[in-house]
Design a protein around this ligand. Structure first.
Ligand code: FCB
Length: 456
């Protein structure tokens, strides 16, 4: 008897035929060449030089040296059968002065990148902004100053015009809350400030306007086939049971958590709930702001790593549950493993806002102990994490939620922001001394999932 008749394939583990499988990266985390060919400093180049802000004083100066090794990295994509690649463009490489002046060498680099992808049959998904604000703009107030909107609009026009012939899929901004609240409110990310709540809400508002300018730029210059959307990282409450009460409690918490980004983009105004929760600290708006902010998009990108559990308490309120100390996590303290987030996140988004398509633009797992033993990295922990989350995503698709693609974070171990190079998220190991790339076991597993279009 053949082993296949004893262990028949599980057909429910199949993904839809045209499912988009990719990996994601971001310019500041992999490129290096931080001051080469006319690029100016970003807020992260400045922040990593402030003692104590980034682990071990790590800098982005060299990172994965992708600036010089992109051909080799794209060969890896081919080897793994990965046909979709999410990358970001470094704003300070294109507009080092933060204004309309263009650094041609910066454009030339991304032309080389897109040509190298095209020659390998790989589709680029391009994020306009993944946290690397030109430092010169930060010195004028950064995201606190409404002038950032004009600067971003000009940058977006330049980029979309330059690459319209080579790029069809655009993402305006990555994770607004990380470069607003975490950068100006909690001080964890560049520029590391702790401003009052009204200022933080204002940074969100400026980011929403920039998102709108990104959509406008793509509609104006991107060509008919161009698609555009935002990538958000909503906070995801997961009902602790599937009782109607717990699901409603989670839906209620989801609505409350996402008043600053998803609500205004989809509803075209700040809701009553926003006004109630922010009070006198709400953002100041101008007359036509929301027609720009709520321009229609083609998809919504979701970065989903974690969630938290909620339940309906007996007095009818929503109980947000803490994680016990023994709850499983990755090496990132913030990263409790909640695979159901990949089910309930898209489900709530679909129910509340019904975007045309949902893409999981990031999901992954960071660990500090991915070591090479006899030439191999047996990261069973990462493989298991990815697999468990993907099973949940399959359920979501089966439930009729239009999740059209998944981008694994990340292709390579890279600069993990305030955690420097300690925390490894790659499915390909990078030796930061030699820049030698070694695919981990999880890369081979992911390649097999893509090839079969089903969970392995
Ligand atoms: C996300 C970021 C991405 C990466 C992962 C681990 O919040 O978008 O750049 O650092 O976390």
């Amino acid at each position: 008897m053949s082993p296949h008749s004893v262990y028949p394939a599980l057909s429910s583990h199949c993904f839809p035929r045209d499912f988009i499988w990719g990996v994601a990266t971001a310019a500041p985390q992999i490129e290096g060449a931080a001051f080469l060919d006319g690029k100016s400093a970003s807020t992260w180049d400045a922040f990593c030089r402030v003692p104590g802000k980034v682990l071990n004083g790590d800098t982005l100066d060299v990172a994965c040296d992708h600036y010089h090794r992109y051909e080799e990295d794209f060969d890896l994509l081919v080897k793994l059968g990965i046909r979709h690649y999410r990358l970001s463009i470094a704003w300070p490489r294109i507009c080092p002065d933060g204004d309309h002046r263009v650094n041609q060498a910066g454009l030339a680099f991304y032309h080389r990148v897109f040509d190298a992808l095209a020659s390998r049959g790989i589709t680029p998904w391009v994020t306009l902004y993944h946290w690397d604000l030109p430092q010169c703009l930060e010195e004028q107030g950064g995201w606190r100053n409404r002038a950032v909107v004009k600067a971003f609009a000009s940058y977006a026009d330049i980029v979309v015009r330059a690459f319209a012939g080579k790029v069809k899929n655009w993402i305006t901004l990555n994770e607004i809350s990380c470069f607003t609240r975490m950068a100006y409110g909690t001080g964890r990310k560049a520029p590391g400030l702790c401003e009052p709540e009204q200022v933080v809400n204002q940074t969100y508002h400026h980011a929403l306007l920039c998102h709108g300018e990104g959509v406008r730029a793509v509609r104006e210059h991107g060509g008919l086939a161009a698609k555009v959307g935002l990538t958000d990282n909503p906070s995801i409450p997961v009902p602790v049971s599937t009782s109607e009460q717990d699901i409603s409690a989670a839906a209620e918490a989801f609505g409350e958590d996402n008043i600053r980004v998803l609500d205004p983009i989809h509803h075209g105004h700040y809701t009553e709930r926003y006004r109630r929760l922010t009070g006198k600290n709400g953002a100041a708006c101008e007359k036509d702001d929301f027609s720009l902010i709520s321009l229609p998009t083609d998809f919504l990108g979701l970065n989903i790593y974690w969630g938290y559990f909620v339940r309906a308490s007996c007095n009818g309120t929503v109980e947000r549950m803490d994680f016990p100390a023994s709850y499983p996590r990755t090496s990132s303290p913030w990263h409790a493993l909640v695979p159901q987030a990949l089910h309930w996140g898209p489900r709530f988004v679909h129910g509340l806002y019904a975007p045309k398509e949902i893409l999981i633009t990031e999901h992954g797992a960071g660990y500090d102990d991915d070591v090479i033993v006899d030439g191999e990295i047996k990261d069973l922990h990462r493989r298991d994490c990815l697999r468990t989350y993907l099973r949940e995503m399959l359920d979501t698709i089966d439930a009729g939620v239009p999740v059209k693609g998944y981008f694994l974070w990340s292709l390579l171990d890279n600069f993990e922001w305030q955690d420097g190079y300690l925390r490894r998220f790659g499915i390909v190991h990078n030796d930061f001394n030699t820049q030698r790339r070694t695919p981990k076991l999880s890369a081979e597993w992911y390649a097999a999932v893509i090839a079969a279009n089903r969970l392995q």
